[in-house]
Design a protein around this ligand. Structure first.
Ligand code: BGC
Length: 741
């Protein structure tokens, strides 16, 4: 490791071009195993080949052999032997793919998430990846946004808990020895794009931003994340990539962040179409002045910064500052001691998809899957029974179960649901596709290895698929419908204006339901879809998300009762698309639908749809039942330096052992600004044997009650509060208490 003085000496020995080079990040096509650096795509970006040779980091090159070869060729040409930094998207698992974040958020198990992320970092490190563009910490309250998939849901506090766990898991205690650096994203507020349309405008008050959207990023900064990626969107009409207030005042000034700021893909050049820069040179100046250190995948820094400095338009001290941050990151990663950081095919062999990692991913999937409905205890199915099981739907024999952003994962190696069910129930299971995911995939575009299918479905082939499935269903005693969104209907660029499942699948479900057999719906999706026209046709309903490498094993265990479901959704399931954005921690309004004194027409509601969601935040069923009794508090008042103990007795009143996620909410009844009707402040996942009773206690103190007050100071306000405890946000028991000054 170099000392700070040595790093500064190194900086001082670099030419302006070399310093700017450190700020340039290019993608894999600029590099090849045998030749080191290529010139072909250089012309496309318009970067001078010498600048390509000086580029300080590369994105999306992975694999020990490849990264070693690129590093070796790069260092051979490098005057100062400053190693190249390899950055990659290891978003939710690496080779061992975890459930999508929106899925594992339903686990309410940050400790397990931390362990799983440490495993992902180990696999990534073996491949030669140094920094991951993760975790994604964008709070999302609108399921139309495709990137809901990458988020841990709608709650700022829960997302902050996961933020810490993910950063700690990825980075470990000593970055030089283990782990990879975390570049959190997308700073800030990207989840609030208007109408849920990707890359769209964000407009909100500073109060809302600070209250709801900033806390998760801040939690990650406090957990020591080494890098931050600004978001594509505007904040107060300024794109984040050029937002000095956001990047310098808030991130560095208020929060004390001293790591590297790395743009999102091509974001500096996008300042031009955004309309805040006339050309790439101006865009480069704005970004550098705003505090952006690394330019991902544009020629803006590479082609303009040297001239801008030489003409006096940009202060060289800004280039020095940014370059030093990049050098510091490389140093902290241990790259000056070992530019390969131990990456090797042998390490890959040792770390990829180990039994331990698979077991953890499976446990996380067990805890992520949410049982939404279970009429007449249809589930679990009897693993020893004789009944015939029809497994029908586009996801019945699909391997596309890892979601859009698992770029290192291999879908082909994920067992299909049919295979996983057959492992338990053998030839009782018969499978039929029934329908494609979508009839017309032409609007989906391409993403990495995924792309829209080219099958042109005509009426005859659709009819034949359906008839085959109905014939299978007729012979069955129970039908499992494996339905969901096309894998490309969520993730980046996967925004939707209609959150229902594709019509072809809804029609198939109706036709199967009409046969009168018990139906279990299993839904695969990267968001909380509208299921109000699915649920009535299913006796039991499960949200499986995209459950990852071990997801179908987890699902099979849940369907057959080997595992009792315990996932609790971290994002509201809307009743209809038009309700979005929809979230539990909303304001009461002056005319709340259920309690307003106004006649019901003139209350805050819809005339064509319920106001409530289909399934609320925190919701999920179990094969057993839990009773909540005797909610009590240690006092009716809380003082500024005191604590309040809140306890409840939770009993497993059913016949199966199970986990319950006991949730704690608080409401500030009167504030200088309006406060949410509920805010999550705590939870505990408890395991209870049948008949077992456990007292679950939470401690409330004054810091938990702080918020951004009317004058935009952060603090609490004395007065009346409510504390609520229950199994989900819409079913709670309530106690009043008073905060005294
Ligand atoms: C995404 C980022 C990602 C980057 C690099 C962008 O399009 O917005 O989340 O990290 O690409 O792959």
């Amino acid at each position: 490791m170099k000392t700070e003085t040595e790093l500064r000496e190194l900086l001082a020995s670099l030419t302006l071009e070399e310093k700017v080079g450190q700020l340039v990040q290019l993608s894999g096509e600029f590099f090849s195993d045998d030749e080191g650096l290529k010139t072909g795509p250089t012309q496309k970006l318009g970067i001078d080949p010498t600048m390509v040779e000086l580029a300080g980091s590369v994105l999306n090159v992975a694999g020990a052999e490849k990264t070693r070869a690129v590093q070796e060729a790069y260092l051979a040409k490098s005057r100062h032997k400053i190693p190249l930094l390899f950055m990659n998207d290891v978003v939710y698992g690496c080779k061992t793919v975890l459930p999508i974040p929106l899925g594992f958020a339903a686990s309410w198990d940050p400790d397990l998430v931390r362990e799983c992320y440490a495993g992902a970092a180990e696999e990534a490190r073996a491949m030669g990846i140094h920094v991951t563009f993760a975790p994604m910490l964008d709070l999302v309250r609108d399921a139309r946004w495709g990137r809901s998939l990458e988020s841990t849901g709608e709650d700022p506090w829960l997302t902050s808990v996961y933020a810490r766990a993910m950063v700690e898991g990825l980075q470990g205690d000593d970055l030089a020895r283990a782990g990879i650096a975390s570049c959190i994203k997308h700073f800030a507020g990207y989840g609030a794009v208007e109408a849920g349309r990707d890359y769209n405008t964000v407009d909100m008050s500073e109060r809302r931003l600070r209250e709801m959207y900033l806390p998760p990023y801040r939690a990650a900064v406090e957990a020591g994340c080494r890098a931050v990626m600004p978001s594509f969107n505007v904040i107060d009409e300024v794109p984040s990539t050029a937002n000095t207030w956001l990047l310098r005042d808030v991130l560095r000034g208020e929060w004390g962040f001293d790591g590297a700021v790395v743009t999102d893909y091509a974001a500096i050049s996008e300042l031009v179409p955004h309309g805040v820069a006339a050309d790439d040179a101006e865009a480069a100046r704005l970004a550098l002045e705003a505090g952006v250190d690394v330019d991902m995948k544009t020629a803006c820094y590479a082609n303009n910064l040297c001239d801008l400095v030489r003409s006096g338009a940009v202060d060289e001290a800004l280039v020095d500052e940014a370059c030093l941050r990049v050098l510091t990151l490389k140093n902290d990663l241990g790259l000056f001691d070992d530019p390969y950081r131990g990456a090797s095919p042998a390490e890959e062999e040792r770390t990829f998809l180990t039994d331990e990692k698979r077991a953890r991913a499976r446990k996380l999937a067990d805890e992520s899957i949410v049982l939404l409905k279970n009429e007449h205890d249809l589930l679990p199915l009897d693993p020893q029974g004789e009944g015939r099981i029809a497994l029908i739907g586009p996801y019945a024999a699909s391997h596309a179960l890892i979601g859009l952003w698992a770029v290192q994962g291999d879908p082909a190696s994920v067992p299909t649901l049919a295979e996983a069910l057959t492992e338990i129930a053998g030839d009782r299971v018969t499978c039929a596709q029934g329908s494609p995911y979508l009839v017309d995939e032409s609007s989906l575009g391409f993403f990495g290895r995924s792309g829209a299918g080219d099958a042109a479905w005509d009426e005859d082939s659709l009819g034949a698929l359906r008839e085959e499935a109905l014939a299978v269903a007729r012979k069955a005693d129970v039908v499992i419908m494996a339905l969901g969104e096309h894998p490309m209907e969520s993730g980046e660029g996967g925004s939707k204006a209609d959150l229902r499942l594709p019509a072809i699948q809804r029609e198939l479900l109706r036709a199967v339901h009409a046969l009168g057999k018990p139906v279990v719906g299993v839904i695969f999706s990267g968001r909380t879809p509208v299921l109000s026209d699915i649920a009535p046709w299913c006796d039991a309903l499960i949200e499986a998300w995209f459950p990852g490498t071990e997801g179908t094993h987890a699902l099979a265990d849940i369907l057959f009762g080997v595992v009792n479901p315990s996932g609790r959704t971290a994002m509201t399931f809307p009743y209809a698309t038009g309700q979005e954005p929809l979230y539990y921690n909303a304001f009461n309004t002056g005319r709340p639908e259920k309690t307003s004194g106004h006649t019901n027409r003139f209350t805050s509601r819809y005339v064509d749809c319920p106001t409530d969601p289909l399934y609320p935040f925190g919701y999920g069923l179990s094969y057993t039942t839990f009773a909540y009794e005797n909610l009590r508090a240690s006092s009716e008042t809380l003082t500024a330096d005191g604590t309040l103990e809140v306890s409840v007795d939770v009993t497993n009143t059913g016949r199966m052992a199970g986990d319950e996620v006991v949730q704690l909410y608080v409401r500030d009844l009167v504030g200088s600004v309006v406060r949410p009707v509920k805010e999550l402040k705590g939870f505990e996942r408890v395991h209870l044997e049948p008949g077992e009773r456990r007292t679950v206690s939470f401690t409330i103190d004054e810091p938990m009650l702080r918020f951004w007050r009317r004058d935009l100071t952060f603090g609490s306000e004395p007065g009346a509060f409510e504390v609520m405890v229950g199994p989900h946000s819409a079913e709670v028991q309530t106690l009043p208490f008073t905060l005294v000054a």
